[in-house]
Design a protein around this ligand. Structure first.
Ligand SMILES: Nc1nc2c(c(=O)[nH]1)N[C@H]1C(S)=C(S)[C@@H](COP(=O)(O)OP(=O)(O)OC[C@H]3O[C@@H](n4cnc5c(N)ncnc54)[C@H](O)[C@@H]3O)O[C@H]1N2
Ligand code: MOO
Length: 510
């Protein structure tokens, strides 16, 4: 990690920009951003010649260059209908099972980045929903309904007073039944006596409506005069219309009504509704368990960056992010650049999903691929046509760890977020039994320069009415400053997008 070749601009060797059919480096459809636009402001960060070393939102290099992994096959396009290339997701590492010598320099192995949309699909199909469990309500929260919730009772289950006041029968004035100053009919009380026409009885919110009552007159609309109950002079017309301030039985639902479908996250209101509808327990798909392994000797976990070392930005971020995606995070462990510690952690984990940060590339201290090789794991995704984040990977663990998966997030923090959204999110949703979210789109308010071949994920802030998306500054792969103020990431297809174009948004999970 951070070894020779660890610094790159945007391109990869062996991937000239003109390999996409019809694309030339100069054929950028996006006009230059206006200096006043947020993306125009970003251009000031660019390296001389307009090349943004970090792949900023605009004004990036027109021709990708720099070191990179060898690519296999042609350049696929994302969401354009061009033929997508797919890696053989069942192919293990060549020679899988042999211990690697992780610190020995390794030639970058040839691998095939998959289109971004295909990577999401592979992750979503990599797992089945976990076995369901039936648990008391208080243990169901934050899991996912494995079966629909159908009402076990009518709601409300009896005609109910909606107000404190008087149950009345027929038009007023009325003669109070019983003592006018008495408590009258109370919530949870015994079956009330029938109410004869012309009579009224005090009643509390939530109490059963006496048979024969036609309306409830709330206290503030009624007054006792000469031992008779009258409407107050200012009471609105209709105050005694039949049914006023009565919640009829079954108003919200009848027994057997489908209240919530399977796949609904169990939120606090779901628990309340289930309880109201008569449930003591719910059948849920448990949250997938995840473990985070933060790699990198250069990382400091407190204090100021110094001596060429930097603060770990991913340790504090990835666990809570996985939680927001629905995982139960067992631990976040800092392992440094120790291949044995990584091997031990991966071979002993109890998590459904191991998420590593850093070490996904092919530098001398990038141990993730060698560690997977050593245990004979299968790479399901080995690089993705997305920027940032292209070295991300997804592997199915093997042997005693069969059934568990590993997502390798690149070390650059925004590239790691790209991996969370592309691989971890779809996999966790599938495992938890959650449906894929409905696609959300918005209209760009400014131009965004695209990568020539890869999809770009660009932090944006949505306009007040939600229909627009404004690209943010500070969106280089190592930067979180833009993302921290973002409401979504926009997926910008290869070649870029102009202001006014509709783009897909990836919403942030909080
Ligand atoms: N020869 C090539 N080198 C690199 C390429 C390439 O295509 N060819 N791609 C570059 C890109 S893009 C990325 S992204 C990184 C991915 O590398 P790794 O996943 O191996 O990540 P590291 O080398 O460990 O770290 C990269 C960068 O991120 C910093 N980092 C790592 N962990 C953290 C953390 N927890 N908090 C904050 N920052 C972190 C690390 O110090 C490095 O600066 O590879 C490029 N190289
Ligand atoms: O493009 Mo790398 O950071 O940013 O995957």
């Amino acid at each position: 990690m951070g070894g020779p070749g660890g610094a790159s601009s945007t391109g990869r060797m062996g991937a000239p920009a003109d390999r996409r059919p019809g694309a030339t480096p100069d054929a950028q459809p996006t006009p230059p951003a206006s200096p006043a636009s947020p993306t125009g402001a970003l251009a000031r960060e660019s390296a001389p010649g307009g090349a943004s070393r970090d792949g900023g939102a605009t004004a990036g290099p027109k021709t990708p260059s720099g070191p990179g992994c060898a690519r296999v096959g042609g350049v696929g396009a994302v969401e354009t209908g061009e033929e997508a290339r797919v890696v053989d997701s069942s192919a293990p590492f060549a020679g899988g099972g042999e211990p690697a010598r992780p610190s020995a320099p390794q030639p970058p192995p040839a691998h095939a980045d998959v289109p971004w949309a295909e990577a999401q699909r592979i992750a979503a199909r990599a797992v089945e929903p976990a076995a369901t469990v039936t648990v008391p309500l208080d243990r169901a929260v934050r899991q996912v309904l494995a079966a629909p919730v159908e009402a076990l009772a009518d709601l409300p289950s009896f005609d109910t007073s909606a107000m404190d006041g008087w149950a009345v029968a027929g038009p007023g004035p009325w003669t109070p039944a019983g003592l006018p100053e008495g408590p009258g009919v109370l919530a949870g009380g015994a079956e009330p006596e029938p109410l004869a026409d012309g009579r009224a009885v005090r009643i509390a919110t939530g109490a059963r409506i006496p048979p024969g009552a036609t309306a409830v007159v709330r206290d503030e609309r009624a007054e006792l005069r000469a031992e008779r109950l009258h409407l107050t002079p200012g009471a609105p017309s209709g105050s005694t219309d039949p049914g006023t301030d009565i919640r009829p039985r079954g108003q919200e639902c009848r027994t057997g009504a489908r209240l919530l479908p399977a796949g609904t996250p169990v939120t606090p209101p779901v628990l309340g509704l289930a309880a109201a509808a008569g449930y003591d327990r719910l059948t849920v798909t448990p949250r997938p368990r995840a473990e985070v392994l933060v790699l990198g000797d250069e990382l400091l976990h407190e204090g100021l960056p110094s001596g060429g070392r930097i603060r770990d930005a991913l340790g504090p971020m990835v666990g809570p992010w996985l939680s927001a995606l629905g995982a139960e995070v067992l631990a976040t462990r800092r392992l440094g650049d120790d291949p044995e510690a990584l091997h031990e952690a991966v071979t002993t984990t109890g998590a459904d999903l191991v998420v590593t940060t850093g070490g996904t590339a092919h530098g001398p201290l990038d141990h993730v691929r060698p560690a997977l090789h050593r245990i004979g794991a299968r790479l399901l995704v080995d690089g993705v046509e997305v920027r940032p984040g292209h070295p991300m990977l997804l592997a199915a663990l093997a042997g005693a760890q069969r059934g568990r998966h590993l997502v390798g997030l690149p070390g650059n923090p925004l590239a790691a977020v790209s991996g969370l959204l592309t691989l971890a999110g779809p996999l966790l949703r599938a495992r938890a039994g959650l449906p894929e979210p409905e696609p959300v789109r918005a209209t760009l308010t400014a131009d965004v320069q695209g990568h020539p071949r890869d999809t770009r994920l660009v932090p944006v802030i949505r306009t007040a009415d939600g229909s627009g998306a404004t690209p943010l500054r500070w969106t280089g792969p190592a930067m979180l400053r833009g993302l921290a103020g973002a409401s979504a990431l926009a997926a910008v297809a290869p070649g870029g997008a102009s202001a006014g174009m509709s783009v897909r948004l990836l919403e942030l999970p909080w």
